[in-house]
Design a protein around this ligand. Structure first.
Ligand code: SF4
Length: 146
């Protein structure tokens, strides 16, 4: 069986976020949701963890997120992997078939394409992520601890 790079990336992202929150001394509690959002924002992570994402390494003034339709200062990296993203295959797909997504050609998997969410605005703004965390608090807490 070939390795599913997308799934590995999803799992690793949540582990990384969990580790960063622990290092910042922020416990994942309902009371701390605003602190969690701030610590995992594009703005904070690009300063504190510039090696975690190529987009964090852009020059000041050119800084933009991987979903350019959302302003960088309103962008949350908490759900780097959207809850609607289906990573069960290495090409990925959108569970709700968002018309804002599309397949993009790649040379690193067997299907030669991967589902690309960069034009989609779902689940990446601070307000959307806050609502998602509030509605799925227990499940998210478990993912961060795994
Ligand atoms: S296209 Fe949008 S809704 Fe679908 S998985 Fe990507 S970010 Fe999520």
């Amino acid at each position: 069986m070939t390795e599913n790079l997308l799934r590995n990336w999803e799992i690793e992202h949540f582990r990384t976020i969990g580790r960063e929150l622990r290092e910042a001394g922020i416990e994942f509690t309902r009371k701390n949701i605003e602190r969690v959002l701030n610590e995992t924002s594009f703005t904070t992570r690009s300063k504190k963890h510039p090696k975690e994402c190529p987009y964090y390494q852009m020059q000041e003034g050119m800084l933009k997120s991987c979903h350019p339709k959302i302003e960088a200062d309103n962008f949350s990296c908490f759900l780097c992997s959207c809850p609607n993203y289906d990573s069960s295959s290495d090409q990925g797909k959108c569970r709700i078939n968002s018309p804002q997504g599309k397949y993009f050609p790649v040379n690193w998997n067997s299907s030669g394409k991967v589902w690309d969410c960069s034009d989609c605005t779902n689940f990446h703004s601070t307000n959307q992520v806050r609502s998602y965390i509030e509605s799925k608090f227990k499940e998210i807490k478990a993912s961060l601890q795994s």
